[in-house]
Design a protein around this ligand. Sequence first.
Ligand code: OSB
Ligand code: MG
Length: 368
Amino acid sequence: MKLEAVELIRLDVPLKSAFRTSEGSVSVHEVVWVHAITDVGEGWAECAANALPDYSSEYHTAAAGVLREFFIPEAMKLGNDLTAEAIAPALHWAKGHRMAKAALETAVLDAQLRASGMSFAAYLGATKTKVPAGVSVGIMDTLPELMKTVEGYLADGYLRIKLKIEPGWDYEPVKLVRETFGEDLLLQVDANTAYTRDDFDLLKRLDEFNLLLIEQPIEEEDILGHARLAEYIQTPVCLDESIVSAGVARDAIEIGATSIINIKPARVGGYIEAVKIHDVAQAAGIPVWCGGMLETGIGRAANLALAALPNFTLPGDTSASARYFETDTTEPFVLVDGHIDVPTGPGIGVDPIREVVDRFTVSTEWVK
Ligand code: OSB
Ligand code: MG
């Protein structure tokens, strides 16, 4: 196949409510979409980069820039040899920018799979037709507000709760949620790097709540620090931001820095690398789960396909459309008995709703 043109679309999709983490608060999901036009048809991907370089060094205008200036021209240079599998090797010379790389690879893969009639789930090796859904709960202004929010998600049927934490919003909210909703609730926390090596005693206090895991407590480069923490506390340590490739995953597992991994395809450069991490973890007996970046349906669809692989044994952050948006960009994903169906159609299996996309579009540019 051959890449003929790419449309980069900037969208502002309003969130139902602000989502606050230790890194900041967002009330509008600002993203770039990659719409690939190939000789065998079109493909879609949502680039996960935030508006600010707060989760990682990437941000959406930088992603658009590196796609426009380097990555799309490089993919076009492949000529008729373009395949989704050829993208990562062709971009390997460029350091970092994994979310931008992932978006281009995913859009090309979508086109490739749509043309051959194969779903993402089948291509990636999915073994499930529906996946259990958890929900990520942001930091709130007050504890009553948090209780009301968690209660609402449990009423919706979510199977596990993840609380965002930061210094000053950790022990008390976790204790209250555990006491209010009981020992059987699957409960975990995510610090998004908010703590340091000086906070181990504080983090150890969370041991009493029998959490499934603590996600990315300290900074992403400090893998050794996570290994030390993992020895010090009982709660399993789960890395998110730190795991940027299958190689890093292998090393982090080997030194004991992570006993569970949050896999986000965008963070690691795409779905092909994500499957490699799944396999490395599986071989080491380390369970994985699928994280999210507040994606709209276009990004969520492919994440659900990945979450259907066999070693994704914990509920992911792949929540229903209604958890995030009044109006999603695709047919909404719905929660049924705590699960979400894995799309079965060709490619990502869903299509953007043109009228909705137009409404949320801030700007578009064509790269040819
Ligand atoms: O750390 O997992 C994270 C959202 C944006 C950036 C980072 C993270 C998150 C979430 C929400 O926790 C995941 C989701 O529901 O998509
Ligand atoms: Mg996280």
